[in-house]
Design a protein around this ligand. Structure first.
Ligand SMILES: C[S@@+](CC[C@H](N)C(=O)[O-])C[C@H]1O[C@@H](n2cnc3c(N)ncnc32)[C@H](O)[C@@H]1O
Length: 407
């Protein structure tokens, strides 16, 4: 019989570089009740005791090996067709600005003690990072986003592995069709052909490939639209097949994912419904989600002026814009509180933007609102944010716990 108190050597993933990541790695160990000491350079840990080593090895996000044996996550992240380490499996699909770091979400789900079979909620699902990470852990996820682009991308990332053979056939059909229709107006031909695909999941998959081709075109990445569409569809299919193989090879039992194209300010879910919430709300004035996805929204037939009214953080100008943002977020937070069970965690990743060198205190306001709704702020972890240096340098991982217990 295995000696359960035997010391084990745990190695962090080589890409772990930041204090917040080390913090999350330690929080993971605490949530699995692992007693440990750290070694030189803080990359190696000696675990004195791992009470449930099998579960830990399956769920950890920040440890690559246990006594030189790869953890499940190290196998998952190796299925990657991109150059970015965290864009493994289908995470890379669609060039969405402001994506979560998937490893961080996995670690937070561990800290929040969400078990497989339970359900988490992300009211601002964006490109679906939390949905895919929950799914991989066997946790169900309900996601909501006002943007149809986000609805499509999140759904496609998390359900396409069920349709590999149909997707292959449909891609072959497109290759043949586009060879025969080289000189015609390919953009509208592709769009019409996608609209005619009967099965929703297959139609959505090729719609996303079309949206990526439009994004490539707007950024002048690929000149030939038809080629761009086929290249993207083929890459998406490769990652989808990787995902399907990964499920089989690792005997994964996945969580169920449901995505809704709805407004976070008016949720249709019952009270005390979810076992946890994890989300990053629109970053006030720091990122304009309508502007970023303008091409995709237009391709889907939306009027940009009209959608602006529904997107939080886009309405108004100057001081009014911030007032409207605060009002909208208050409504969304009240709804989140209503649907979360007592005694459960609500994790919000949010930053303070700057306008004319003045910092808008979004983090502090968020803390105040949650404390007012009877939540305890269990952790406030600062993390660096890339790509928005002039408007926002860092953000906070706010881990709130709703007071009370669920009977
Ligand atoms: C910071 S992003 C979320 C990114 C996500 N965490 C990811 O990993 O991709 C915020 C999202 O809020 C969405 N949003 C804006 N207003 C909304 C509303 N009224 N209801 C629901 N979602 C909204 C935007 O479309 C955007 O996708």
């Amino acid at each position: 019989m295995e000696n359960l108190s035997e010391e084990k050597n745990l190695e962090l993933f080589w890409n772990v570089q930041f204090i917040y990541e080390l913090g999350l790695a330690m929080m993971e160990l605490d949530s699995f009740e692992v007693e440990y000491s750290t070694q030189n350079g803080l990359r190696s840990f000696t675990a004195l005791d791992i009470p449930d080593i099998e579960k830990f090895s399956k769920r950890t996000a920040y440890f690559q090996t246990i006594d030189d044996q790869p953890t499940l996550y190290s196998k998952l992240v190796s299925k990657n067709i991109t150059r970015s380490l965290n864009q493994y499996l289908t995470h890379w699909i669609y060039p969405y600005k402001g994506k979560f770091h998937p490893q961080m979400i996995r670690a937070l789900l561990n800290y929040m003690q969400i078990n497989s079979g339970e359900t988490i909620f992300d009211p601002f699902i964006g490109s679906g990072t939390s949905a895919l990470e929950a799914q991989l852990l066997g946790i169900n996820c309900v996601g909501v986003d006002i943007s149809e682009v986000c609805y499509l991308v999140s759904s496609v990332k998390t359900n396409s592995f069920n349709f590999v053979s149909q997707l292959k056939l449909q891609l072959e059909d497109f290759i043949k069709f586009l060879l025969e229709n080289k000189d015609n107006n390919v953009e509208s031909l592709i769009s019409d052909r996608i609209t005619k695909i009967e099965k929703e999941e297959i139609r959505n998959f090729f719609r996303v490939a079309e949206l990526i081709a439009h994004s490539d075109k707007s950024r002048r990445r690929r000149k030939d639209f038809s080629n761009s569409f086929l290249v993207n569809a083929n890459k998406m299919l490769t990652s989808t097949i990787d995902y399907a193989n990964c499920i089989e090879e690792n005997n994964l039992s996945l969580g169920e994912v449901s995505i809704f194209n709805k407004d976070a300010r008016e949720l249709e879910f019952p009270e005390n419904y979810f076992d946890g919430i994890i989300t990053s709300p629109p970053y006030s004035i720091a990122l304009n989600y309508v502007e970023n996805d303008k091409h995709a929204l237009k391709t889907l037939g939306h009027s940009i002026e009209k959608v602006k009214d529904d997107f939080i953080g886009v309405r108004g100008k100057g001081a009014t814009k911030i007032e409207l943002y605060d009002e909208d977020m208050k409504r969304a937070y009240t709804e989140m509180d209503r649907v979360l069970k007592a005694g459960k965690y609500c994790t919000i990743i949010i930053g303070n933007a700057r306008i004319d060198k003045e910092e808008i205190q979004t983090i502090e306001k968020t803390i105040e609102i949650f404390k007012g709704m009877n939540y305890e702020l269990e952790k406030n972890i600062e993390k660096i944010i890339f790509g928005l240096y002039n408007i926002m340098q860092k953000e906070s991982i706010l881990i709130f716990k709703k007071k009370g217990t669920t009977s």
